[in-house]
Design a protein around this ligand. Structure first.
Ligand code: HEM
Length: 430
């Protein structure tokens, strides 16, 4: 929800101007939010922005406190998004979406008891065992993707590698043909646009059309799998029930589409951004690279520290369900909140020298990049597996990586929820 009358961040002294003057949706702030985050943590850890009414929560402890009370600080923000309350959706966009399947709130955008049911149903398809099996193909996909550009001695890493690894993994898991991958990318991007709330109108209308296209494609797949079960996540979701708990209901089209959408979208851009950030750190810091190459046991810590410092899901919405209090600050029923995970992960009270990459930081894994509480990321195991498998291969094959002069702007996607650079050019000895 950009404030049209706000002064551009480039013209403001972000370190000193009143917090109320800063437009949190300004692309310059989204590009580099850390001075703003530090000020929020120090001056107003719970901050009601007078321009938008949105309440930011920015310290580690207060975000944990909010996550411990999911019925007060609710994830039912789907309705607010669809009504345009937080992302400026207009009538034409709503009309396009209305021509498709009515969206409903399942996992990410549901509260207990519905959330509990959907999460259990999703876990039946997205089992630990299945993720372990999926992990077996990460190395092959990683090598295949690198084969595609290794001879060039250079690449734009996000579009040639990072976008494809997580998308291929999830498409395989869903049982969708690889030939449909381009469409998957288009749909995933469309959902990111819808959630992010800072795109222009034409982009948003196009995104709405693609979302309707996504729905009709997957309704067909659901029908196929209902008629003929197969060994994949969609088929398992279609046939999942909680009969053992006395609830024999399966999920209908609306419910299934919502869950499939979340599995498709939540893990792609987030993992792609983390892979790209990891290569950025390895390229920018030869000492770090040498240490990680010399001691592969540092790889898991390297991944956690990359997740902590980037925090690809930088912010997440909540809706306040009743008048309440957090950190001594009164909030009102119906208010929209932003939990600023990206700020919590740089909170010096929790992580000493929080802005530094410390590859053997003992408690790096306690970061909030995957959230906390009942909505903790369901794909964390898969994302970690992809990254701890891919990075040693990247290190071994993209030798002596460096940034080509003048090619990188290091600009971050102007998206309020997701954080990551738009592109990363690297050269290497092949
Ligand atoms: C680096 C990669 C990833 C990051 C940083 C990430 C981050 C997050 C975060 C912060 C949440 C909590 C949202 C909240 O508190 O409201 C979340 C939830 C979720 N994530 Fe991820 N995620 C990643 C990968 C994945 C993958 C690979 C999948 C699936 C294949 C996935 C599926 C989901 C789903 C379905 C939820 C909702 C869970 C619920 O509400 O119970 N994520 N993720």
């Amino acid at each position: 929800m950009p404030a049209d009358d706000a002064v551009p961040a480039a013209k403001l002294d972000i370190a000193h101007c009143p917090l109320a003057e800063i437009n949190a949706f300004d692309p310059e702030i989204l590009n580099d939010p850390y001075v703003y985050f530090r000020r929020l943590r120090e001056e107003a850890p719970v901050f009601r922005d007078p321009k938008t009414g949105i309440v930011s929560v920015s310290t580690y402890d207060l975000i944990m406190e909010a996550n411990r009370q999911p019925l007060v600080f609710s994830n039912r923000f789907g309705a607010a998004l669809r009504a345009g309350a937080v992302n400026g959706m207009d009538a034409e966009e709503m009309a396009i979406l209305a021509s498709g399947v009515a969206p409903i709130d399942t996992m990410l955008t549901a509260d207990p008891p519905e959330h509990t049911r959907y999460r259990k149903l999703a876990m039946k398809a997205f089992t630990h065992k299945r993720v372990e099996q999926m992990g077996g193909i990460v190395a092959r996909i990683t090598n295949d993707l690198i084969d595609g550009f290794i001879a060039d001695g250079q690449c734009e890493f996000k579009s040639t590698f990072a976008n494809h690894l997580p998308m291929t993994m999830i498409a395989d898991a869903l049982g969708a043909p690889r030939a449909d991958m381009d469409r998957f990318h288009r749909w995933s991007d469309a959902f990111v646009v819808q959630l992010g709330g800072v795109s222009d109108r034409e982009t948003r209308l196009e995104a709405a059309r693609r979302i309707v296209e996504f729905q009709s494609y997957f309704v067909e797949r659901i029908e196929e799998k209902r008629a003929k079960p197969t060994e994949d996540v969609i088929s398992d979701l279609v046939h999942a029930t909680l009969a053992e708990e006395g609830d024999p209901r399966g999920m209908n089209h609306e419910e299934l589409l919502s869950i499939i959408q979340q599995l498709l979208v939540a893990g792609n851009e987030t993992t792609a951004h983390t892979l790209t950030a990891g290569l950025y750190y390895l390229t920018a810091d030869p000492d770090l690279r040498a240490r990680v190459m010399a001691d592969p046991e540092l790889i898991p810590g390297f991944v956690e520290e990359t997740l902590r410092l980037l925090t690809p899901t930088n912010n997440m919405w909540r809706v306040v369900t009743r008048d309440a209090e957090i950190g001594g600050f009164a909030v009102k029923q119906g208010e929209i909140m932003l939990l600023r995970f990206g700020s919590a992960n740089r909170d010096e009270q929790r992580f000493p020298e929080a802005d530094r990459f410390i590859v053997d930081r003992p408690d790096a894994r306690n970061h909030l990049a995957f959230g906390a509480g009942i909505h903790t990321c369901i794909g964390a195991q898969l994302a970690r597996k992809e990254m701890v498998t891919a990075f040693p291969i990247i290190l071994a094959r993209l030798k002596n990586p460096r940034f080509p002069t003048g090619r990188n702007a290091f600009r971050y996607d102007p998206n309020i929820l997701l954080r990551g650079v738009l592109e990363l050019h690297v050269e290497f000895d092949s």
